[in-house]
Design a protein around this ligand. Structure first.
Ligand SMILES: [Cu+2]
Length: 170
């Protein structure tokens, strides 16, 4: 158990640093290095006890704007899990964000890596936690499917389809 956390901490820190760098838009090299690794897999990745449901991706109303993806993640494993990184096949700049209402307007910020205790679920939904996708491949059309992959702090991965929806869908 202790060894697990000692190993996972640097992995998590690295993922965090990469996310922050990508979000600032200052280091395109980092984003490209990340996509040099294979992002598509022949068989979907699974993590025992973890399930992802209601995955969907809402296209931007204006071409060039980011898309957003939503889902519900449930941890039915006996251990807590931490979502360390998120990836959507075909896109180079993907990050976890959270929208918060503050004094009549909403702001958006990087989301701290979500931790799910055994039995817990977390919902990514419009107006709250979301996956922000900054570069939207032209081939993404309503009715299509994109592949989401979550990487956990222990290195395990979980992939699931995202149903691509037209702009304005909830
Ligand atoms: Cu966002």
């Amino acid at each position: 158990m202790n060894r697990f956390f000692r190993i996972s901490a640097p992995v998590l820190a690295g993922a965090l640093a990469a996310t922050l760098t990508a979000c600032s838009g200052k280091s395109p090299e980092t984003a490209q290095t990340a996509t040099a690794e294979p992002t598509t897999v022949a068989a979907p990745e699974t993590k025992p006890g973890l399930s992802l449901s209601n995955g969907r991706l809402v296209l931007p109303a204006v071409s060039g704007n980011p898309a957003a993806a939503y889902f519900t993640l449930t941890n039915n494993s006996p251990k807590p899990v931490t979502v360390a990184a998120v990836d959507v096949a075909g896109s180079m700049m993907v990050m976890l964000h959270e929208t918060k209402a503050e004094g009549g307007h909403s702001t958006m910020a990087d989301l701290a890596p979500p931790v799910l205790k055994p039995g817990e679920s977390v919902a990514f939904a419009p107006g709250g936690k979301h996956v922000m996708i900054h570069d939207v491949p032209a081939e993404w059309k309503p009715g299509g499917t994109a592949e989401l992959t979550l990487t956990f702090a222990d290195g395990d991965k979980l992939s699931a389809p995202l149903a691509i929806q037209a702009p304005g869908s909830q």
